[in-house]
Design a protein around this ligand. Structure first.
Ligand code: TMP
Ligand code: MG
Length: 319
């Protein structure tokens, strides 16, 4: 039987594909090569975590901090303004990535500087994550456990905050030894207070550079020429650029769209409801344009799907 017919989850209404035949070839080829040749590379925010729950937006790893008691009200307002300014640019399909690049660096730099000003303490992060509304997608246990059992490396490549996302995964009980994270990690001084971010900044559109800087990791797993890539942004497509002698890549993209409103992304956002630019953005035809660009670049597009059902079913099939 054809692979797509054998994977029941592929007939879910949330699944879209531009070229099913090509996808079937990739699936068969990876399956034939066996699990020892596979590695998984995934984005974190809004890919491994839920985009919305009960109609409310879920936080990104940055938002976990923004919404917390560690941040002053003024700083919270500044972060919210930055998000309102730059997030529509991040997902604007009418602008080129070259045009977005300097603006993303500007956004991340401003946010990191604001966070540094807040004198966040390392020992506060566990509680802040516990109190947050961040949720891993439904079926995450199966995903993490399956990869662990088969000893398949999982690289989480995130433009979020490494310390926060690692804590999310730890608290969910799935930070297994096969999981490796590339992200923006906080640098704490001797007294445990945030004073900088480590290494090169990772934002949504420079993951290629990040991958090429971390050659060591890819060398360690150089016999794994097949990749399953999971993302929610077009910037996530370059996460596998550090893989040597890539044979097959299966790209699964979450198209997180048309959440009812975005007023819950930040606490107190409802007061801005009417003037908030997201509500205009999401009723804009650009959403359909985004779908087309996702279909052109991801093998499978999952539209408003809050689960890991499809990646899990595919992993079951190919391994
Ligand atoms: P990701 O690479 O793990 O998906 O993380 C990047 C996301 O983080 C991106 O979609 C934008 C989001 N973000 C915030 O929510 N708040 C911020 O302050 C910044 C800089 C990014
Ligand atoms: Mg993301």
């Amino acid at each position: 039987m054809r692979p797509l017919k054998m994977i029941a989850e592929m007939s879910k209404a949330t699944v879209h594909m531009k070229d099913p035949e090509h996808l079937e070839q990739i699936l068969e080829s990876i399956k034939d090569s066996g699990p020892n040749t596979l590695q998984v590379i995934s984005d974190f925010d809004m890919t491994l975590t839920r985009f919305a729950y009960n109609g409310k937006r879920c936080p990104t790893s940055h938002n976990v901090l923004d919404n917390s008691k560690l941040i002053s009200k003024t700083c919270q307002a500044e972060m919210k303004n930055l998000l309102n300014t730059y997030y529509p640019i991040e997902i604007d399909s009418t602008r080129s990535i070259e045009e977005k690049l300097p603006l993303m660096v500007e956004w991340w730099t401003k946010v990191h500087n604001l966070l540094i000003e807040q004198k966040i303490r390392k020992d506060q992060l566990t509680a802040v994550v516990k109190e947050s509304n961040v949720i891993l997608r439904e079926g995450y246990q199966l995903f993490f456990h399956h990869l662990h059992e088969l000893d398949i490396p999982l690289l989480i490549f995130s433009a979020g905050v490494g310390d926060v996302l690692e804590e999310v995964i730890r608290q969910a009980g799935v930070l297994h030894p096969n999981v490796k994270v590339f992200s923006n990690y906080m640098d704490f001084d001797e007294s445990g207070v945030l004073h900088d971010f480590k290494g090169e900044l990772i934002h949504v559109y420079n993951k290629r550079e990040g991958a090429l800087l971390n050659t060591q990791h890819f060398q360690e797993i150089q016999s794994r020429h097949n990749v399953m890539l999971l993302g929610d942004s077009l910037g996530d497509l370059t996460m596998a650029d550090g893989v040597q002698d890539l044979q097959n890549i299966l790209k699964i993209g979450y198209l997180n769209d048309k959440a009812n409103t975005h007023e819950h992304l930040h606490k107190g956002m409802h007061t801005y409801k009417c003037r908030y630019p997201f509500s205009h953005y999401f009723s804009h035809p650009a959403v359909e344009e985004r779908k087309q660009s996702y279909l052109d670049s991801y093998d499978i597009v999952l539209e408003r799907d809050e689960s890991m059902d499809v990646p899990n079913a595919i992993l079951q099939y190919i391994t």
